[in-house]
Each structure stands twice: as structure tokens, then as C-alpha cells.
Design a protein around this ligand. Structure first.
Ligand code: NAD
Length: 423
């Protein structure tokens, strides 16, 4: 029986969705039950209540979470999310994803993730700063350049990372830039970090196209999401010679059979509050229709669960490269496999970001900064090598690239867990 046919349907619960893929890979690896239990259990879960003085003089309590999933390959690495949807189950799933993402990309980090249940858009900069500093104080025994290194995620960015770095440094009594990545360039961020994820998506797409015999100059592409990952992916795919027939954002999709001029779309979006509404270089289509276009390459780079059992049969792309985290629900995997669609999974395809975060940490610890050219060259090489390893694993086990990525990651973390022992 094809082990992937045992995949359970899409779950509301992201941890169970992650585990359904994990279970298939564990079966292929014949993973020992004890090791299975170790790898599925987060090493640490910390939940704190953070009192913050609000601008109106009231005191509000916010819930903050940090989960360290596994630190056998190195210190935990993972972003901090500010959103009203933050909950322990989601943070646990995202932390485990980081473990697999770092392992599959040969980055010497474990996996972690954090979040604060809040609506950052309704808070002032002062309130957000007090909240971020309170969270850092509460996590002083969790964070550390050798222990757990946060980064930005939804609702946070370089500004929040600067506050964490400053608060942590005040508490330990010396300047500690390597406690956090995704910092502003001027205070120790890495060149190339802003473009890193989209660049990695492009390199993964090119590697897959090479295997599939797709000529970039004769291929077409559609990109869902026009934020950091989507817009950079679209720009770089166009530079590689592909015709980008459609792009989209939260305002809808935009289609042009002759190819969209991505430079124009970028300029338009930048001049219109980072949104494409009213973009005239294309006709409007829906986000759903964009996913079903007859293109060679589809890059979902907006959000999770965009391709599910509901629309998987209508997908016409030959290759899907997951720029976003979890854009394909587990329930769609089998249909896409049966249709022969190659899927480069999120834990491989969007690992360019964490790779350059790792480079930022390395540069901070060296106190010596690399040129953008060096950052890009090393990140590209890392992505190509990781892709090749996953591709060969998929051939070896006769499984999809997604399951192969989990096999590579779980095998590595399991081996190191056994070698370290101490259980
Ligand atoms: P972003 O906020 O910069 O951009 C998100 C884009 O998606 C925006 O254009 C937004 O309008 C669009 N969007 C939102 N809801 C949509 C919807 N319902 N339909 C269509 N478009 C919609 O975010 P980002 O940093 O580009 O992240 C996108 C995805 O990539 C997320 O899943 C994120 O977790 C993942 N990711 C990001 C990075 C990174 O370095 N930024 C790294 C790895 C993974």
C-alpha cells in the first residue's frame, strides 16, 4: 500500500495536521516507538501572563507563549507571532515545523515558536513596546543566543526584534545582538534577509524545473500573495525568464495572459499601501481561480489551507512550490500525488528565510559582516543541496517530496537524539 494513502483528512488542528505527515514519514523510517514519542513531544512549553500599562491608564493582561520543540541539533529557532488567534496548539505545530525546517536545510538549530495573544493593529507603538519588553523579561530564562533565538513572524518585524535585543541586553548586562534575528540592518541584521525567503523559493522552483525538464523561458507561473514572500518570488521568477500570468493579494487576483510586469506591480503596490487594488496591468480574477490556472508553476505564498480536498482536483499546475507555511492541507496531498503534481513542501521551499537568519546569528557572533553577494551565494548553495537530498530521498523511497522532506528531517533529528543519549 502506498504509505501516503494513509494520510488523514485536513484538520482544524494544525498540530494534528503536521503529525499526519510526520506519521507517514515515521512509518517509512520504521522509527522506534520511543524515539517517535520523543520527537513528537515539545521539550518545553512556557505560558506567561503579561501585565501592560495601556495608554488610557488601564492595565491589561496579555497571554504570552513560547514553545521549544526540540534542541538536539542546536539552540531553538523560531518566530514570535502577535495575533488574537495565537493558541498553544498552533504554536506547538509551528515550533515542530521549525525543527523539521532547520533539519532538512542543514541548519544547526532546533525548533521553537512563540506568540502573544493580542491585536497589534489596535495597539500604539508605546503599548507594543511595553508588551514586547514584558514578554522578553518573562522569557529571560528561555531566550539566549545558545538556547532559544526568536525572530519575526506574523504581526512582528525588525522593530520588535530591536526591542527584544535591547531588553535582553539590559537584563544580562552586555550587548547581545545574537539573541534574536531579523533585526534592522543598522543594528546587526544581515544583508539579503529581506529577500531571502522569496529567493529560496525561486531557487527551489528552478531546481525542481530542472528535474522536470521545464524550460524557464517557455514556462508560466502564478503567485498567490504579494507580500514579502510572494512579491519577491514573483520578481525573481520573472527574472529567471518565466512569464508570471497572475498575482494576488487579499484584495483579489490579477491576470494577464501576456504576463504581468512585476516591476510595475511592485511599484503600484508600494504606492497604494502595499495593496494591488486597482492595478491596471491585468484583469481581475479571484484568488480561488488563480490557484486553478493552467500554469506550469504555482507559488502559494499567502496563507495556510488554500489547496484542500475541495479544490485539489482542479489544480492544473505541474509544479507547486509552497512559499507560505501550510498552504496545502493534508487532505489534498493524495489527489495532487495521483495527478503527478510535484510539490516542493514548505519546510524545504521557504527555508531561505531561516537560512539567512542563521547567517545573521553567525555574523553577529563573529562580529564580522558579509556582503550581500556572499549571503546569497551561500544561501543558494544551501537550498540547492537541501533540495537534492530531498529529491534523492523521494526517489529512494518512492514517496512525494513532502514526505521525503519529513523523512530527511526526522531521520537526522532521530539519529542525533540517539547519539546524544542521556534518555
Ligand atoms: P506578508 O504579510 O508580507 O504578505 C502576505 C500576503 O498575502 C499579502 O500580500 C496579503 O495581502 C496576502 N493575503 C492575505 N490573506 C490573503 C488571502 N486570503 N488570499 C490571498 N492573499 C492573501 O507575509 P509574508 O511574510 O510574505 O508571509 C507569507 C507566508 O509565507 C506565510 O505563510 C508565512 O508564514 C510564510 N513564510 C514567510 C517567511 C518570511 O521570511 N517572510 C518565511 C517562511 C515562511
Amino acid at each position: 500500500m502506498n504509505p501516503e494513502s494513509t494520510l488523514i483528512p485536513a484538520h482544524e488542528n494544525p498540530f494534528e495536521s503536521m503529525m499526519s505527515r510526520f506519521d507517514v514519514a515515521a512509518k517509512i523510517l520504521n522509527l522506534d516507538q520511543g524515539l517517535y514519542n520523543v520527537l513528537k513531544s515539545p521539550a518545553k512549553q512556557v505560558i506567561v501572563n503579561l501585565p501592560v500599562s495601556m495608554d488610557d491608564g488601564s492595565i491589561q493582561i496579555f497571554e504570552g507563549i513560547r514553545v521549544v520543540h526540540n534542541i538536539n541539533l542546536g539552540p531553538a529557532k523560531g518566530g514570535i507571532r502577535y495575533s488574537l488567534d495565537v493558541n498553544l496548539d498552533e504554536v506547538k505545530a509551528l515550533a515542530a515545523w521549525m525543527t523539521w525546517k532547520c533539519a532538512v536545510s542543514n541548519i544547526p538549530f532546533g525548533g521553537g515558536k512563540g506568540g502573544i495573544k493580542c491585536d497589534p493593529r489596535s495597539m500604539s507603538a508605546g503599548e507594543l513596546e511595553r508588551l514586547t519588553r514584558a514578554y522578553t523579561r518573562a522569557m529571560i530564562d528561555v531566550f539566549g543566543p545558545e538556547k532559544d533565538i526568536p525572530a519575526p513572524d506574523m504581526g512582528t518585524g525588525p522593530r520588535e526584534m530591536a526591542w527584544i535585543m535591547d531588553q535582553y541586553s539590559r537584563l544580562v548586562g552586555y550587548s547581545s545582538p545574537s539573541v534574536v534575528t531579523g533585526k534592522p540592518l543598522v543594528m546587526g541584521g544581515s544583508k539579503g534577509r529581506v529577500e531571502a525567503t522569496g529567493r529560496g523559493v525561486m531557487v527551489a522552483a528552478r531546481s525542481a524545473m530542472l528535474k522536470m525538464g521545464l524550460n524557464p523561458f517557455k514556462s508560466t507561473c502564478a503567485v498567490q500573495g504579494f507580500g514579502n514572500v510572494g512579491s519577491i518570488s514573483a520578481k525573481l521568477m520573472e527574472q529567471q525568464g518565466l512569464k508570471v500570468l497572475a498575482i494576488s493579494d487579499i484584495t483579489g487576483g490579477y491576470y494577464n495572459a501576456d504576463g504581468i510586469n512585476i516591476k510595475e506591480a511592485l511599484a503600484y503596490s508600494a504606492a497604494h499601501g502595499n495593496q494591488l487594488t486597482g492595478f491596471t496591468g491585468a484583469e481581475p480574477i479571484t484568488n480561488e481561480a488563480l490557484l486553478e490556472l493552467p500554469v506550469d508553476v504555482l507559488i502559494p505564498a499567502a496563507m495556510e489551507d488554500q489547496i484542500t480536498a475541495h479544490n485539489a482536483a482542479n489544480i492544473q499546475a505541474k509544479l507547486i512550490v509552497e512559499g507560505a507555511n501550510g498552504p496545502i492541507a493534508a487532505s489534498a496531498d493524495q489527489t495532487l500525488n495521483d495527478k503527478g503534481v510535484m510539490v516542493v513542501p514548505d519546510i524545504l521551499a521557504n527555508a531561505g528565510g531561516v537560512t539567512v537568519s542563521y547567517f545573521e546569528w553567525v555574523q553577529n557572533r563573529m562580529g564580522y559582516f558579509w556582503t550581500e553577494e556572499r549571503v546569497n551565494r551561500r544561501a543558494d548553495r544551501n537550498m540547492k543541496e537541501a533540495f537534492e537530498q530531498v529529491y534523492q530521498t523521494s526517489l529512494h523511497h518512492g514517496c512525494s517530496m513532502r514526505i521525503a522532506a519529513y523523512v530527511v528531517a526526522i531521520d537526522k533529528v532521530a539519529q542525533v537524539t540517539q547519539l546524544r543519549g542521556g534518555i
